[in-house]
Design a protein around this ligand. Sequence first.
Ligand SMILES: [Fe+2]
Ligand SMILES: [Fe+2]
Length: 165
Amino acid sequence: MKEKSIELLNKAVADELTAVHQYMYFHFHCDDQGYDLLAGLFKKTAIEEMIHIEQLAERILFLDGEVEMEASEKVKKIHDVKEMLKMAVEMEESSARDYNLWANECSANADSISKQLFESLVGDEERHFDQFDDEMNNMKKFGDNYLALQSIERSKNIATGGSAE
Ligand SMILES: [Fe+2]
Ligand SMILES: [Fe+2]
C-alpha cells in the first residue's frame, strides 16, 4: 500500500524535475532574447516546481522510500517563444490531470496525506496553467507587438537604472 504511494510520489518527482529543467532552459533563452516578462515567469515557475519536489521528497522519506532524482524527459531545445508557451501549457495541463488521478489512487489506498499533497499540487499547476495560457492569449492578441513591448521594457529599465531579471 505504502509502495504504491511511493511509486506515484516518485513519478511526480520525475515530472517536476523535467519541468524545472525545461522552464529554466526557457528562462535562459527568453532572457537572452530580451523578453524579461517571460524570462521572469519561467524562472518563478521553475522555483515553484522545485518546491514541489521538496514536498514530494519529504513525503517519500516519511514513508521510508527512496527519492529517485531522475527526470522523466530530456529538455526539448525549443527557442521559439510561442512553442515554449504551448509546451508549458500542455505540461501544466497534464500535471494537473495526473495529480488528480494520483490523489484518488492514494485515497483508495488509505493514504490521505499523500492525497492532500497531490490535491494541493493540482491547485498550483492549475494556477501555472492559467498564467501560461494568459501569456499565450496575449501573444495571439498582440502578435509581434507582444514581444517588442517586452524588449522595449528592458531597454527602458536599463536606461532608467532599473535591473533586469
Ligand atoms: Fe509542480
Ligand atoms: Fe507547474
